[in-house]
Design a protein around this ligand. Structure first.
Ligand SMILES: *Cc1c(COP(=O)(O)O)cnc(C)c1O
Length: 374
């Protein structure tokens, strides 16, 4: 196998990351106290337009904190798309609640509102809207559905920092939202996560639970069982530097996507290549540039690209075929057919700030050459 010339992602740490981490080291604040934590939370809340942002140690934990703070547990059912990253469902299972897997839509790759109704039971308490691959869910419809059935609407925004619906950022479109700052996400802190919410009481509960349940007014007094889910000041220092450049980073990703589209467009219809575009209401972000190709070609295309030094990622395999969730309950007259189809036809291409238009053009030429010949 050739060496990888084009990875799928790499972090861009060319801002003040080093400076801020060194400041934290020099000042001796390396654990979960320190000025960068409060600053990162304040500035992230402002980025999302929410009243609160509560930092934590990764995105999975952010989801778990939300579900735990909302009191979900055994006997409760939570709707979640089958076509998502495993963490979305794991966080539900950690609380003892039951993930109920729902099909996705081929139109926008997110949970299909048309399949929610059939998944409802008297035990359904919440719905996790996963903004997958930077594409926000149809939040207008999901919010109306949640309101009609008394469900808690939670966002998994781990792949969609900065995406917008009707001009409002993800993170503030439900009761609470989880973000991830893993190394391959839109902005990173190495490992890290954040919960955003407008609800003051929920924010207080989230802070209580992430800090071992310690009473905020009485040190080392524990009224409830909590967790140590805190972010370090070192991670927050990186986060502050990343956030200073977040608009620039989002714009660069957007430009890279426009290069892919420009070079793919002329051959797309003929070769069966599709991708998602913004709509008047939905502004997506490009975590990765993701596209779909004919199912019979996808795996061979990825291998062919790899042989030429171009790494790519297949779309997530739906959770209902994963051994760990194969027995989870799911609904519908079909075996979550769209989720399966998405998982078998999609791939994500190199998307990181160092890429030039020549790089993108070269990658696209390799893709087109393969598909022309198949
Ligand atoms: C990355 C991711 C998570 C989990 O984030 P971690 O920081 O890796 O724990 C959750 N949901 C989705 C959709 C993700 O992509």
């Amino acid at each position: 196998m050739n060496a990888i010339v084009y990875p799928v992602t790499e972090p861009d740490l060319r801002g003040r990351e080093k400076q801020y981490v060194n400041e934290a080291l020099d000042e001796g604040w390396i654990s979960s106290n320190g000025r960068f934590i409060a600053r990162f939370e304040r500035e992230f809340a402002s980025f999302c337009g929410t009243r609160h942002a509560i930092s934590c140690c990764n995105g999975t934990v952010a989801l778990h904190l939300i579900l735990a703070a909302l009191g979900l547990g055994p006997g409760d059912e939570v709707l979640v798309p089958s076509f998502t990253y495993i963490a979305s469902a794991n966080a539900i299972a950690y609380t003892g609640a039951t993930p109920v897997l729902v099909d996705s839509s081929l139109r926008d790759w997110t949970v299909d509102p048309e399949h929610l109704q059939e998944a409802l039971t008297p035990a359904t308490r919440a719905l996790i809207a996963v903004h997958l691959y930077g594409r926000p869910c149809n939040m207008r419809i999901l919010a109306a559905f949640a309101a009609r059935h008394g469900l808690l609407l939670i966002e998994d925004s781990a792949e969609a920092h900065g995406a917008k619906v009707d001009g409002r950022s993800v993170g503030g479109l439900g009761l609470a939202s989880a973000f991830s700052f893993y190394g391959n996400k839109i902005i990173t802190t190495g490992e890290g996560g954040m919960v955003t919410t407008d609800d003051d009481a929920l924010a207080a509960r989230l802070r209580l639970l992430k800090g071992q349940g310690m009473d905020p007014d009485r040190r080392y007094w524990f009224g409830v069982m909590g967790y140590n889910y805190r972010m370090t000041n070192l991670a927050a220092a990186i986060g502050c530097a990343q956030l200073e450049r977040v608009q620039e980073l989002l714009e660069i990703r957007c430009r890279i996507a426009s290069w892919y589209i420009k070079h793919l467009q002329p051959s797309a219809d003929r070769l069966g290549i599709t991708w998602l575009l913004d709509t008047p209401a939905v502004h997506q972000v490009h975590w990765l540039f993701s596209l779909r190709v004919p199912q019979e070609c996808r795996d061979r295309l990825m291998q062919c690209l790899l042989d030429q030094g171009i790494d790519s990622r297949p779309f997530f395999t739906p959770l209902h075929v994963m051994p760990v969730y194969a027995h989870a309950r799911h609904h519908g007259n079909r075996p979550l057919q769209s989720a399966l189809e998405l998982g078998q036809t999609g791939l994500s291409l190199p998307t990181y700030t160092r890429l030039t238009e020549e790089d993108v053009s070269w990658i696209v030429q390799r893709i087109l050459a393969f598909l022309e010949a198949s």
